[in-house]
Design a protein around this ligand. Structure first.
Ligand code: UDP
Length: 377
């Protein structure tokens, strides 16, 4: 198993429980991939080292699965946005709408008002911009989405797919829960202890600070690769485009912003958001504070890949790598990087469990082993 993130841990655990010996290799000095958490030695604050991760799902089996390995504390993600000189509540809800337009509308009035702002001629939005204009109209789009999205993705929202915006709800009540899932929470001691517990099985060996070379595939019965798909092939067909994030860390004595996540919607503010890590664990008490000022940029060869860009050119290259993957033997490409998809943690775990079961089924029958945890295209 190459990679000790969620995919690696969950597949490794499932196969270990089925009686296989599993070696989990990771080039980093810690498990948990990008959901790694670590205590800041000065303040004691639990830091989401690679940016904020909030667990949310509707999938009861996945919720039960993670709760097997860690206690989860209920957590409601309440995001704010600073834009055009004011602070607003996200996702766009009745409070946002009333505050933004200086009105006192009731839900039905706000719904009718937003419908009058929205562009009803857009019936089948394909791009992010069309989706936003059809959803909330130009004013809210400009204030909350346009600048943020340009900064986050490095391109104009007219070339981005509508699916990115469909992640966010618009509400005509005062519910400011960023997610609409039944189960939401944070692992009490962070994600790294959670993943450590998943990997804690007598048939699992973890090797950190270890780089896996694709030429070594033949030394193993089977390899699950959760690194980047193009990286497996040495990027010999070109590099799949990702956005990377830079976190400028700073500390504050006290409470800097009063919430965990403050987005910045204005295009002329370079950062997309500031996260104040102690607010991700409101059950803890810390005087000092650790914050990340987050900016996005194109991912270079030595940067950490975060968000797959998946525009037309990337999808064409992706098709070439999928074809290359079909030529490999005894390798399954898994997870966010292995399938080049924008994945939430619960979906990652669901796909990892399904992939492990499919592989186990193939192992005990004549069916072929899965090539991907989920088809990338
Ligand atoms: N987005 C935005 N303004 C915001 C928050 C999000 O325009 O204040 C857009 C942006 O394009 C982002 C997408 O909505 O990539 C999805 O947002 P989400 O908060 O789910 O992003 P993540 O936390 O995964 O980066």
């Amino acid at each position: 198993m190459v990679g000790a993130g969620l995919s690696g841990a969950v597949i490794g655990r499932t196969l270990a429980e089925a009686g296989h010996n599993v070696t989990v290799i990771d080039s980093r000095d810690h498990v948990a991939g990008n959901c790694h958490t670590a205590r800041d030695p000065q303040t004691g604050v639990l830091v989401h080292v690679y940016g904020p991760h909030i667990f949310h799902t509707d999938d009861t089996e996945i919720w039960d699965y993670v709760n097997r390995f860690s206690r989860f504390i209920p957590y409601k993600n309440q995001v704010k946005s600073t834009t055009q000189g004011h602070v607003f509540s996200l996702p766009i809800n009745l409070h946002t709408i009333n505050q933004f337009y200086g009105k006192t509308m009731h839900p039905d009035e706000a719904r009718a008002f937003i419908a009058s702002q929205a562009d009803s001629s857009i019936t089948d939005p394909q791009t992010f911009e069309d989706q936003a204009l059809a959803f909330v109209g130009p004013d809210l789009y400009e204030a909350f989405f346009k600048g943020y999205t340009q900064k986050q993705w490095g391109c104009d929202p007219t070339v981005l797919p509508a699916s990115i915006l469909r992640r966010l709800p618009v509400r005509f009540n005062y519910d400011d829960n960023y997610f609409f899932h039944t189960y939401q929470g944070m692992p009490e001691d962070g994600y790294t202890p959670l993943v450590t517990a998943i990997l804690d099985h007598p048939r699992i060996t973890v090797q950190l600070n270890t780089t896996f070379e694709a030429k070594d595939v033949g030394k193993w019965d089977h390899v699950f690769w959760s690194g980047s798909l193009d990286g497996f092939f040495g990027c010999n067909l070109g590099r799949l485009g990702y956005r990377t994030l830079d976190f400028e860390q700073f500390t504050y004595d006290g409470d800097y912003q009063g919430c965990a996540v403050m987005n910045y919607g204005d295009a002329d503010v370079p950062h997309t958001r500031i996260t104040e890590h102690k607010h991700f664990a409101p059950w803890e008490d810390h005087q000092g504070s650790v914050l990340y000022r987050e900016t996005a940029r194109d991912c270079g060869p030595n940067d950490t890949p975060y968000y797959p860009i998946r525009l037309v050119a990337e999808k064409a290259l992706l098709a070439d790598y999928v074809a290359a993957a079909k030529g490999t033997k005894n390798v399954t490409f898994v997870g966010r990087l292995g399938t080049y998809r924008y994945l939430d943690m619960d979906v990652t775990i669901r796909e990892a469990l399904d992939c492990a079961h499919d592989w186990q089924h193939a192992h005990t029958s004549d069916t072929p082993a899965p090539l991907f945890s989920k088809a990338p295209l």
